[in-house]
Ligand binder design. Structure first.
Ligand SMILES: *Cc1c(COP(=O)(O)O)cnc(C)c1O
Length: 394
């Protein structure tokens, strides 16, 4: 290249190194475009047989998809730029028409509710919200006969655990497809496809990434079910970037170990909170008095997860806010699944877009705090939460 002029050198020098080394961790392939010396190979790449253009297929995204599909026990997986993009792609793949029905969790993620409300309204699709962990939920699904049923594996913030095999049976009896947003349990604790779901959705932003440094989402299922989603993604373009895919895959490497530790820590924290007189109710699926404890034991055999919720006795919103400002170790932050403990005031955060009446009906009071228990020493976490409750009530 020495005979070339600076403008040419600037563009082409330093593009390639010969090496026989095989890195033990995948490199980050930032190239959005690949070139081929062989025109036939380029032609085949454009058919999807190799990487050519990153919206069609990308190295780090495919590695992540392979790992998530393996963990979900799925034939295939499609990764998206966020959990919401994954949920939108899932909806759009159904080809729903005027008069069709969708049933979704009444106590699920509020942003999903808002998105599905909009998507259904645009298409004249009827949307029904049902509390899917209630005993009559399967009957309601049968009576509504939807085309799509969307449940959440563990709900937010009350941590209800719906009986997925029962819901799957009801959905399939009326010809519905059954999708489960399993973000709260993660595939390390709950393989929802084996429990009857046709699609498993993850906001990988949470437990799979585990370190709060990349947004992402996945839809997993059989290769046949994933084919239209992957074809649509080439047109929609809601793809995950290579660095985000790499960071998420790095998180996935330790997911089973982290979920084991998060579950053990959350169980310990829940038990410690139970003993505090200023805390009137502790919600954790691993506690014997949790309404869905029996279902949780059956569906979450490897641990009950890292999420705990509790009510501060007699607290109003200002008291809830004082709690958030009184924690010293935990971080008040609107997410979950981090290695660090995160706390939220549920009514003003995840349930913010609900009316006070809707919140009251759902059982989400101003005194409800949600905790994503991290990997710190669990007694230090419990000590911090308890001192903050006492400070808030002072
Ligand atoms: C966070 C979350 C989402 C949305 O995921 P993003 O990655 O933030 O787009 C969807 N469902 C559940 C249950 C979530 O917790």
């Amino acid at each position: 290249m020495t005979a070339r002029k600076p403008a040419t050198l600037a563009v082409h020098a330093g593009s390639h190194l010969e090496s026989r080394a095989r890195p033990v961790t995948p490199p980050i392939q930032m190239a959005a475009v690949s070139a081929f010396d062989d025109a036939l190979a380029l032609d085949e790449a454009l058919e999807g047989k190799d990487f050519s253009y990153a919206r069609i297929g990308a190295y780090n995204t495919e590695l992540l998809e392979e790992a998530v599909a393996a963990l979900e026990g799925a034939g295939d997986c499609a990764a998206y730029a966020s959990g919401m993009a994954a949920l939108k792609a899932l909806f759009e793949a159904q080809g729903l028409k005027q008069g069709d029905r969708v049933v979704m969790a009444a106590d699920g993620y509020g942003v999903t509710r808002a998105l599905y409300k909009r998507l259904c309204a645009e298409r004249g699709v009827e949307l029904h919200a049902v509390a899917l962990a209630r005993p009559d939920a399967a009957d309601q699904v049968r009576a509504l006969a939807p085309r799509l049923l969307l449940a959440e594996s563990v709900t937010n913030p009350l941590l209800a655990v719906p009986d997925l095999p029962r819901l799957a049976e009801a959905a399939h009896q009326v010809g519905a497809l059954f999708a489960v947003d399993a973000t709260f349990s993660s595939p390390a604790l709950q393989q929802v496809l084996a429990q009857g779901a046709d699609y498993a959705v993850q906001s990988t932003t949470k437990w799979l990434n585990g370190h709060s440094d990349a947004l992402g989402g996945t839809v997993s299922g059989s290769a046949e079910r994933l084919r239209p989603l992957k074809a649509a993604r080439i047109l929609d373009g809601a793809v995950l970037g290579p660095f985000e895919a790499w960071l998420t895959l790095r998180g996935v490497r330790t997911l089973p170990l982290r979920m084991q530790a998060h579950s053990a820590n959350a169980q310990r924290v829940a038990q410690r909170l139970l003993a505090e007189p200023l805390i009137q109710r502790v919600l954790y699926p691993g506690l014997p008095d949790h309404p869905d404890h029996a279902v949780a034991r059956r569906l979450l055999p490897h641990g009950f997860g890292g999420m705990v919720a509790f009510e501060i006795a007699g607290a109003d919103r200002p008291c809830g806010f004082r709690f958030l400002e009184a924690v010293r170790l935990a971080k008040p932050a609107p997410s979950l699944g981090d290695v660090a403990t995160l706390v939220m005031h549920a009514a003003s955060a995840s349930a913010r877009r609900m009316t006070p009446e809707e919140r009251a009906r759902a059982g989400i009071g101003e005194n409800l705090i949600r905790v994503s228990v991290g990997l710190e020493d669990p007694d230090e976490v419990a000590d911090d939460l308890i001192q903050a409750v006492r400070a808030a009530r002072r």
